[in-house]
Design a protein around this ligand. Structure first.
Ligand SMILES: Nc1ncnc2c1ncn2[C@@H]1O[C@H](COP(=O)(O)OP(=O)(O)OP(=O)(O)O)[C@@H](O)[C@H]1O
Length: 181
């Protein structure tokens, strides 16, 4: 039998950089008292890197170190993880995988505003056009737990928060029923 061991679900929010993962993850974590793990931030804070990528001007993530660091909180549940990549986390960690999607023109402006170099902008825009993060998530998790949500404006943000909150409530209802059996 497939027993649910956590009292609270774990959610992964993925998508191309700039689609709004951290913003949504923070909102969800605040409204449900979940722990928010922004992987890039965590790597910086805890030194979970494997050097610096000069070409893309970012830290190279030591995936094993990150997985070790997160194993305990993920087993407890009630975690929102946000990262652009999704395939290297243990599949068993997540109950819902959200892929945020943003219209190309909107995303371009957000990345430009960040002062990204042209090569980095083009790379990210190509990923969004090719739906790279969605393909990666579908390759790593069961299709039924992977959903896409639009992330272009405030209305999307509010609607996404409401959808996820409903989902969390439902998950917790089902889980508490299971634990009574
Ligand atoms: N739904 C939305 N509507 C309008 N602006 C948004 C929305 N979501 C995020 N933003 C804005 O877009 C920018 C990027 O958001 P955020 O940093 O959350 O993206 P991210 O996907 O976590 O990026 P990264 O992967 O680089 O950390 C921020 O300025 C944020 O305020």
């Amino acid at each position: 039998m497939n027993k649910i061991k956590r009292n609270k679900p774990n959610i992964l929010i993925t998508g191309t950089p700039g689609t709004g993962k951290s913003s949504l993850a923070e909102q969800i974590a605040n409204s449900h008292q979940f722990n928010h793990f922004d992987i890039s931030q965590l790597v910086k804070e805890k030194g979970l890197d494997d050097g610096f990528d000069e070409e893309f001007q970012c830290l190279i993530i030591d995936e094993d170190k990150v997985c070790d660091e997160l194993e305990e909180p993920m087993c407890k549940g009630g975690c929102v993880v946000d990262h652009h990549s999704s395939e290297w986390f243990p599949e068993r960690w997540f109950d819902l995988v959200i892929v945020l999607q943003t219209d190309i023109q909107v995303l371009y402006k957000r990345l430009e505003k960040r002062g990204y170099i042209e090569k980095k902008i083009t790379n990210n825009i190509d990923c969004e056009i090719m739906q790279t993060m969605l393909d990666e998530a579908l390759g790593a998790y069961k299709e039924e737990i992977v959903i896409t949500l639009p992330s272009n404006n405030v209305e999307d943000s509010e609607s996404n928060q409401a959808k996820i909150s409903n989902w969390i409530e439902q998950w917790q209802n089902i889980n508490s029923l299971h634990s009574d059996i």
